[in-house]
Ligand binder design. Structure first.
Ligand code: NAP
Ligand code: MG
Length: 461
């Protein structure tokens, strides 16, 4: 794997002499595949200065020019999609077909959507005797996780650039090679120097320096709730805008009128794909008591099918964390019906597709985000009971409802969550994505995601 020994700042790779390196590890082989530099507060400062210097000119470019650059970015990502998939597989561990179909393809679709939105969005509106200008908010500090390494970068950087903002990115230390590839793509797409800057590094040093930097106007963060809360406090103290995309514990609600086999099969696949490392995964399956035993049998069969295909977790710490939750599920009295803590392979950070039955709503495994291939199947007595369980966590990121359509929609309307798939609805890259409750603040994707990077100015006539 190609790795740059530098930071992409002000349109060039700046050598990172004397900076500690971060080892990049292939989690399937447990082998070091490259090294990238760990940025300091000084490196972050250099990058923020570059972004500030580039801001006035970029903010003043015509939206059509920003759209043209984003279309070029879409084309570069498309031309390099195999390399993207291989890089994500190497440092995250996801199976190559999933890397191609999701990790490479989704960011291309998102970049394409912002190329179009930049060209068509109204950056001005009339309100009575006022003209309201939608202006870029300024310099964006973007901090991203490793689970969808390119998607989470593009979901922040593309709308920020479309809005006329400039960006400094601190990607996850586990997946920096994908971030470096993205910086190369920005360069190839001929964005002006300083409009996008990359500082690899570790969270509590480079990430924190970025969140605290007075030259940053908006911090956009995706990751754990614990770090998100800290960033919100830091940003709040400086009266900085913050966007947070945090964890989830989403419910997959199967109504008695549903196609049970389809609902269970799609539900299991949703939890096991990306080795369960998906913030919006439907990790709680809610089944009516009359269909409960049949659903558990179907889930066991579906999970077994995933056994051969599943990738490793991103690192040893995440694997150990997931195993800890499996132990806790057993200790609290849930019934382990598939998988478990035993490693399915000799090498790599693998966890078997795991299913728990007889999970009750207050158990730890039904409340906390596990971030691994672990499904909890819960029983409900009636619709009100299902709704109480579905809404009974601190999270509200996503969810699913299966059943007769009108009935499913009526249920979805009462869910406290930001996205609901009805009978296996398709992913829409333009639909707003984000959380209710402690799953976050703000929205990503589409026009709603663009609006996060704009602020209004009213001119009265
Ligand atoms: P994390 O620590 O919150 O990492 C997210 C990003 O924040 C990374 O770039 C990280 O850098 C950075 N960061 C860490 N501490 C920071 C700080 N004090 N100030 C500023 N930035 C900081 O998440 P994680 O440790 O990788 O994963 C832990 C758990 O978070 C997971 O098990 C999962 O529950 C949750 N998670 C959720 C999502 C999601 O999409 N909602 C994504 C990933 C993880 P480093 O890479 O150097 O740590
Ligand atoms: Mg971390």
């Amino acid at each position: 794997m190609k790795a740059h020994d530098g930071f992409y700042i002000d349109g060039a790779w700046r050598p990172a002499v004397g900076r500690d390196p971060i080892d990049v590890i292939d989690p399937a082989a447990e082998q070091v595949i490259g090294q990238v530099p760990a940025g300091t507060a000084e490196d972050v400062d250099t990058a923020v200065r570059a972004a500030r210097a580039a801001l006035p000119a970029w903010a003043a470019t015509a939206p059509a020019e920003r759209a043209a650059r984003l279309a070029a970015l879409r084309d570069v990502l498309t031309a390099r999609k195999d390399e993207i998939a291989e890089t994500v597989t190497a440092e995250l561990g996801s199976p190559l077909n999933f890397s191609q179909a999701v990790h490479a393809a989704v960011p291309i679709a998102v970049a394409a959507s912002y190329a179009e939105l930049a060209a068509t969005h109204s950056f001005e509106e009339k309100v009575g005797n006022s003209t309201v200008l939608h202006e870029p908010i300024g310099v964006v500090g973007a901090i991203t996780p490793w689970n969808y390494p390119l998607h989470q970068i593009v979901a922040k950087v593309a709308p920020a650039l479309a809005a006329g903002c400039t960006v400094v990115l601190k990607p996850a230390e586990d997946t920096p090679l994908t971030a470096q590839l993205f910086a190369e793509a920005i360069h190839e797409a001929q964005f002006p120097a300083g409009v996008f800057n990359l500082v690899t590094g570790i969270g509590r040093i480079a990430g924190q320096a970025l969140a605290e930097h007075p030259g940053v106007d908006l911090v956009s963060f995706t990751g754990s709730t614990a770090v998100g809360k800290q960033i919100a406090v830091t940003a709040g103290a400086a009266v900085k805008k913050v966007a947070l995309e945090l964890g989830g514990k989403s419910a997959n609600v199967i109504l008695p009128s549903a196609d049970l086999a389809k609902a269970v099969n799609v539900g299991v696949a949703n939890v096991m794909s990306n080795s369960g490392q998906t913030c919006s995964a439907w990790t709680r399956m809610l089944v009516h008591t009359s269909q409960y035993d049949e659903a558990v049998e179907l889930a066991i069969t579906a999970a077994a099918k995933y056994g051969e295909r599943i990738g490793p977790l991103v690192n040893a710490r995440q694997r150990d964390r997931v195993r800890g939750y499996i132990d806790k599920g057993v200790a609290e009295g849930a019934r382990l019906v598939a998988g478990g803590t035993e490693s399915p392979r000799e090498r790599g950070y693998f966890v078997s597709p795991t299913v728990f039955a007889d999970v009750t709503p207050e158990m730890t495994i039904a409340q906390e985000e596990i971030f691994g291939p672990v499904l909890s199947v819960l029983r409900y007595e009636d619709t009100e009971d299902a709704l109480r369980i579905a809404n009974g966590t601190v999270y509200g990121l996503a969810g699913a409802v299966w059943g007769e359509e009108a009935e499913a929609v009526a249920f979805a309307r009462r869910m406290e969550t930001g996205q609901v798939d009805i009978n296996g609805g398709r992913f829409n890259p333009r639909a707003p994505f984000g959380g209710y409750k402690q799953s976050g603040v703000g929205r990503e994707l589409g026009a709603h995601g663009l609006a996060e990077y704009l602020q209004t100015k009213s001119l009265q006539f």
